[in-house]
Design a binder for this molecule. Structure first.
Ligand code: ZN
Ligand code: ZN
Length: 669
């Protein structure tokens, strides 16, 4: 006999085999119709999967109102998309079809390249399948039979996957709807009808089988689905907005950065305007570091493999590193994947006493990681990047204050850029994981210390995520939500009892008791990496940077040649006041000059005509508010200087520049 406990603690007993769907039916036909998934003792199950025959289970019946069901519906929609594609094309080879954070995709090998023109036909076929309300039927078969079935279906990727990725599984499952059958772990919604109408194909891109560039190239068809039509249209609007502010497009348009295939994929070339933004941010961070008692150091971009063997970066992470550079005499070097080992050696360069601690070593250190080419994306996924890195070496008693200081600095930096919407994710180790260095007691101590500090601070939406730790210790990551709702992991603060340990570098300081003690290390980078951070900033501001960061802060525009000499004088005064400026003295009308400055998203324009020349004024045009009228030159410069010095963020990502007002008659133009 089975006892089912429902969320309201009521109990039902069943002598015969029963499914969650049948339990729902017993409660009421409305629930049976609305339910799309079951949850048994906290684990999702198919609605038609039999419950255990004996014992006691807690059962929840989930409807589309429950957040957990959306991904299951989307994955089911991926099966429907694959079915539609197979109806429309001959000889389709199926690879994988997982969900993503906001939708799903399926990888196919197809006889010809897909394009957006194919989408309506695929969507129409999908609608037919949804309308037919085909049941998703689960089949469990022994591996021999599963292999035979995939061979009969001619699905070579699935055959390979059973033989390799699923080599240890005794029983495998398939899901079938209508004529379509696919090797799949599940779970699925009960039938295609539950998908509804709110789905859409989005794009097609190249992908490799198992992400391996030496294997067959596939076509990845991206799509999304929602239970609700309004949610779909909101999502599509956001995607449009994301496209509009895509840093790869804006970076080119505004001449911020470029990537050259000749230099190499994933390697960023900062153009002069982008370099100004980076430099300004670096100077800001350097000021903060000086105020907070950090010392600057510089270290080389490579190091001997032995160094990373001690740190554990090699071989733990060798698949995400560039292969070693090997010399004739057998000496091997790595492009540095992290700055920590170098900073540790600096710490060790002289004996340290408790009076020296904390030692805080900071460096904008460039590191290299090998990302698969399919993973690379503009500035946000790269192969070489510069971290605003620092390592703090402190006593165990100093850990809480130091860790708190790092979190506070990250908060200060993010809020100074108008990034106030973030959550803090504590990354702890996965107790079952094996990629960690250090003993259990050390990890427990580090996690407890970190949690204690974080609990005393005002950290929004703090969550603990197991398995998200660095290999040497737990960490706190700042996950920023941008103005269109996407999450970016930026700043990070990591606690480390392992690299200082005897098994690694054996760091020491002499305590007040004259005995050697072990320091604790903190790794921290408030921005994360300059490349990724600036990439995110470009999108955050949609290219319209606040005055203090803007590559060109103010442009002088002349109304006619008569005011050119005066314009050049204004430009000189601006430059002398430390403003980044240029002048547009072309012999054209004012309006195209204004338009160009707007397209380039320049925060201020100083328009100069003859009246301005005679009165010693400039007519100020603000990117956000439009025309502010004439102002004495000094007053205008003071106004801008104040905005720069305060690092004011007046606006995050305006939808478009302030419109050109018509008929401005009070001035000569
Ligand atoms: Zn599936
Ligand atoms: Zn580090």
């Amino acid at each position: 006999m089975l006892t089912v406990i429902l969320p309201d603690e009521s109990r039902q007993q069943f002598e015969k085999p029963v499914t969650p769907f049948e339990v729902a039916t017993g409660i009421g036909p409305g629930l049976a119709k609305a339910a799309v998934l079951g949850e048994v003792d906290g684990r999702p199950v198919d609605l038609h999967a039999p419950l255990p025959r004996e014992g006691e289970v807690r059962l929840r019946l989930l409807t589309k109102q429950d957040a957990e069901t959306l991904a299951v519906m989307r994955h089911s929609c991926a099966h429907v998309m694959a079915q539609a594609v197979m109806r429309l094309f001959e000889g389709v080879q199926l690879a994988f079809g997982p969900t993503t954070a906001s939708g799903f995709y399926y990888d196919f090998a197809l006889p010809r390249p897909l394009s957006e023109e194919d989408f309506p036909a695929i969507e129409a076929e999908m609608r037919k399948i949804v309308k037919a309300d085909e049941r998703f039927e689960r089949l469990e078969v022994p591996r021999g039979e599963a292999l035979k079935l995939c061979q009969e279906l001619g699905q070579e990727f699935k055959v390979e996957h059973i033989q390799t990725g699923l080599a240890d599984e005794e029983t495998l499952s398939f899901y079938r709807q209508g004529e379509f059958i696919d090797l799949c772990r599940g779970k699925h919604i009960p039938s295609t009808g539950h998908i509804g109408k709110a789905f859409k194909l989005l794009s097609v891109a190249g992908a490799y089988w198992k992400g391996d560039a030496s294997r067959q190239q596939l076509q990845r068809l991206y799509a999304t689905a929602f239970f609700d039509k309004n949610q779909l249209s909101t999502h599509l609007e956001r995607l449009e907005e994301a496209k509009r502010r895509d840093h790869r497009v804006l970076g080119k348009q505004l001449e911020l950065f470029t990537i050259s295939q000749l230099v190499g994929s994933g390697l960023i070339l900062w153009l002069p305007k982008g370099a100004i933004i980076r430099q300004t941010l670096e100077e800001y961070i350097k000021d903060e570091l000086r105020r907070r008692g950090y010392e600057a150091v510089y270290t080389p971009n490579i190091g001997r493999v032995e160094l990373y063997e001690i740190s554990g970066h090699f071989p733990y992470y060798s698949d995400s590193q560039f292969p070693p550079i090997e010399f004739k005499d057998g000496e091997r070097y790595l492009l540095k994947p992290m700055n920590c080992p170098h900073h540790i050696i600096i710490y060790q360069s002289k004996p340290r006493s408790y009076r020296d601690l904390p030692v805080r070593l900071a460096e904008f250190g460039t590191v290299y990681r090998y990302e698969q080419s399919g993973e690379l994306s503009g500035m946000t996924r790269v192969r070489g990047f510069t971290q605003d890195d620092a390592h703090i070496f402190c006593t165990e008693e100093q850990v809480a204050d130091e860790f708190r200081g790092c979190l506070e600095m990250t908060q200060t930096v993010l809020s100074s850029l108008g990034m106030n919407d973030y959550r803090v994710r504590l990354g702890f180790r996965d107790p079952q994981g094996d990629k960690y260095v250090g003993g259990r007691d050390v990890w427990d101590r580090a996690e407890a210390a970190l949690l204690e500090v974080c609990q005393t601070m005002d950290l929004p939406d703090m969550t603990i995520e197991r398995g998200e730790a660095a290999f040497y210790g737990p960490k706190a990551d700042f996950v920023v939500t941008d103005c269109i709702g996407r999450e970016w992991q930026l700043g990070t603060v990591q606690l480390d009892y392992n690299l200082p340990s005897a098994e690694r570098f054996g760091l020491e300081y002499i305590g007040a008791d004259n005995h050697p003690h072990r320091p604790v290390m903190i790794h921290r980078a408030p921005l994360g990496s300059m490349e990724r951070f600036v990439g995110v900033l470009i999108e955050h501001f949609a290219g319209a940077f606040p005055l203090w960061l803007a590559p060109e802060q103010v442009r002088v525009l002349t109304v006619s040649e008569k005011s050119e000499a005066y314009g050049r004088e204004v430009e000189r005064r601006l430059a002398a006041a430390g403003l980044r400026t240029s002048g547009d003295y072309r012999g054209v009308k004012l309006s195209p000059k204004v338009r160009d400055a707007q397209v380039e998203l320049i925060p201020y324009m100083f328009v100069v005509g003859e009246k301005d020349r005679d009165g010693g004024t400039v007519t100020v045009r603000d990117r956000i508010e439009g025309d502010l009228g004439p102002m004495p030159v000094d007053a205008a410069i003071t106004k801008l200087r104040a905005e720069i010095d305060a690092k004011t963020v007046r606006q995050v990502a305006p939808r478009r520049p302030a419109p050109l007002a018509d008929g401005e008659s009070e001035h000569e133009y």
